[in-house]
Write a protein that binds this ligand. Structure first.
Ligand code: FES
Length: 589
């Protein structure tokens, strides 16, 4: 075996040139750059690397595998495939771990940790030598956290999602997480199925590793990442355990090397046009309401504010085309078999900013052309025959939400879109848990359930508790939906006439804080209005009678969180992670 040529130690070597490659990048500070490189190479050679390997462009791979995160259970196979792609293209792959977050294993809520993960991702990208980074994420908060971190670090970056789980089967019915989790739990609460059946279905809801199989937040963020131009074409839809997913991983590794060579940094991709495309796709897929919060956070890192009114205008002209649960019938694996994002983008083409650049170095329009013609399928509808005539999400305003609120109209009861009712108020989560199933609770199906103090600061972390359960006595009587309002979020897999993200939140003295039992509340999705039928003078009186004390903490991450977290319209990001001056709004229309 020939001995590879040695890299001679050079006292003057180190950060020579404007963009040092590979191991020469970002040298540790010892006051002597030549020594810093000498020392670094000595240590990495301890792992058996040669100088020839260390001279290649370094593609780092953010590994979010964790035993606590079954949505990322295929990460080892993906990393192997990414490494193969990197080496086939002449780069050096370097895996590094970051925080991993799973929805069901993070207390008090995964959203509380998203910004911490984004800081971890950003700082490890900054700290370690790399010319490009592959971000492997999947479960709801991980993809936004990685895109936020990479946007701030601004190096060539490409997203690889873990892919969706397979669907299972319960007594002949196809089931998948987590729309069916909620549906079966609702049946159990209503006494329609017994404890034995609910235990049986528990075995079937998650049939493999991978992310939730419906259009929840993970699938939404996968589609958004592709619409932003941040994944390989076709990267959003292959299920986690398929050969297509592994092939995408290999291609992702190879493309990362190309991006490193061309210095295709993330700021060239995350442009206002890219965010407009992502918003268009969010609306057309009937995506999770969480998608708006995460898009606002990612855009915020690029100095862009999401224009909520423009989003609402886009919603009125963008039909829901994707027939996936919870808005429709199918699952992610069906979307993949129907051609995935290429099928959707082809249909949406007249509404897209085709000039937006993608990680391939080609524009979105060029990628749509390269995907070729479509074929007959029944998962992505045509614009002429949508599953819902307007975009899935409507933006509401009114004296109850001066800073805005949203409703996922495509997953709501059409009969409740124009509704006025009496408020039944829960002051916080504990109050809700303690009273919602009380047989003596004064509530009817026409009432409006109001839950306070589950916003960014209130809970804290804006948990997905906005899906307020139907009071058990009403559920037993057959009530399936009611108007529900909160300053929290809702899982993308949930459904119902649910007003979310009320801004400003109650914990900082938003009007929601002063709603009382018996107040009348009017919801008009048609007029985009959420109104509390209480005069401004009366609200001011209530505020002065019982002023709100904002939550605080003495130490640690909780102190940082409560001091720094922004409201929903700013993505629930930390104020110090966004640039001090915003560059403008997106979409620019
Ligand atoms: Fe991970 Fe649904 S819990 S994607």
């Amino acid at each position: 075996m020939p001995t590879p040529p040695k890299d001679k130690p050079d006292p003057s070597s180190g950060n020579a040139g404007p963009e040092p490659a590979g191991m020469r990048k970002g040298l540790t500070s010892y006051g002597d750059q030549g020594f810093s490189l000498f020392l670094r190479k000595a240590f990495i050679k301890g792992a058996g690397y040669t100088d020839a390997a260390l001279d290649r462009p370094v593609v780092a791979i953010a590994d979010t595998g964790s035993d606590y995160n079954p949505c990322h259970g295929n990460t080892p196979q993906l990393i192997e495939a990414v490494k193969r792609g990197v080496m086939l293209a002449g780069g050096l792959p370097m895996r590094f771990p970051t925080i991993s977050i799973h929805e069901s294993f993070a207390a008090p809520t995964s959203m509380y940790l998203r910004n911490l993960m984004s800081m971890d991702t950003e700082e490890m990208i900054r700290a370690q030598p790399m010319n490009a980074v592959v971000l492997i994420g999947g479960c709801d908060k991980t993809v936004p956290a990685q895109l936020m971190g990479a946007a701030s670090a601004n190096i060539p970056a490409i997203q690889l999602v873990t892919g969706s789980m397979l669907t299972g089967s319960h007594r002949g019915e196809r089931v998948g997480a987590c729309t069916d989790c909620r549906r079966y739990w609702g049946k159990f609460r209503a006494g329609e199925i017994d404890a034995e059946e609910v235990a049986d279905v528990n075995d079937q809801l998650v049939a493999s590793v991978g992310t939730c199989s419906v259009m929840g937040t993970a699938s939404t963020m996968a589609c958004i990442a592709e619409a932003l131009g941040m994944t390989m074409p076709g990267g959003a839809s292959p299920p986690a355990v398929t050969a297509d997913r592994i092939r995408i991983a290999e291609q992702t590794g190879a493309q990362a090397v190309q991006m490193a060579r061309e210095r295709l940094t993330i700021d060239k991709i995350l442009t206002p046009a890219a965010f407009e495309n992502a918003m268009r796709v969010l609306l057309a897929i009937g995506g999770s309401t969480n998608g708006i919060v995460h898009l606002a956070a990612i855009a915020g890192r690029m100095g862009l504010e999401i224009d909520m009114q423009a989003l609402d205008r886009m919603g009125r002209e963008t039909p829901v085309l994707l027939d996936l649960k919870p808005s429709g019938r199918h699952y992610m694996e069906d979307f993949h078999k129907a051609g995935g994002m290429a099928t959707l983008l082809r249909e949406l083409k007249p509404l897209l900013r085709l000039e937006a650049l993608t990680v391939t170095g080609r524009t979105l329009g060029e990628e749509i052309e390269r995907a070729g013609p479509g074929f007959e399928q029944d998962v992505v509808r045509s614009v002429a025959h949508p599953i819902y005539p307007e975009g899935g999400i409507a933006v509401l305003r009114g004296n109850l939400a001066p800073g805005g609120a949203i409703i996922k109209q495509s997953a709501a009861d059409a009969g409740l879109m124009e509704h006025e009712g009496r408020a039944v108020v829960f002051e916080n989560m504990e109050d809700l848990v303690g009273r919602i199933d009380d047989e003596d609770l004064d509530v009817t199906a026409q009432d409006v359930l109001v839950l306070k103090n589950i916003g960014p600061k209130g809970a804290p972390g804006m948990p997905e508790a906005g899906y307020i359960p139907i009071p058990r006595k009403l559920a037993r009587a057959g009530v399936k939906d009611m108007v529900r309002i909160s300053d929290g979020r809702m899982s993308g897999t949930a459904f119902g006439t649910i007003v979310l993200h009320v801004t400003p939140e109650s914990a900082i003295g938003g009007p929601l804080a002063y709603v009382r039992n018996g107040d009348r509340i009017r919801l008009s999705v048609k007029h985009r209005e959420i109104a509390l039928q209480v005069s401004a003078a009366e609200l001011a009186q209530r505020a002065s009678d019982r002023p709100v004390v904002e939550p605080s903490a003495d130490r640690g991450y909780r102190k940082l969180f409560l001091r720094s977290v922004l409201q929903a319209d700013r993505g629930v990001d930390f104020d110090f992670l966004q640039p001090p001056q915003m560059r403008g709004k997106t979409p620019q229309r």
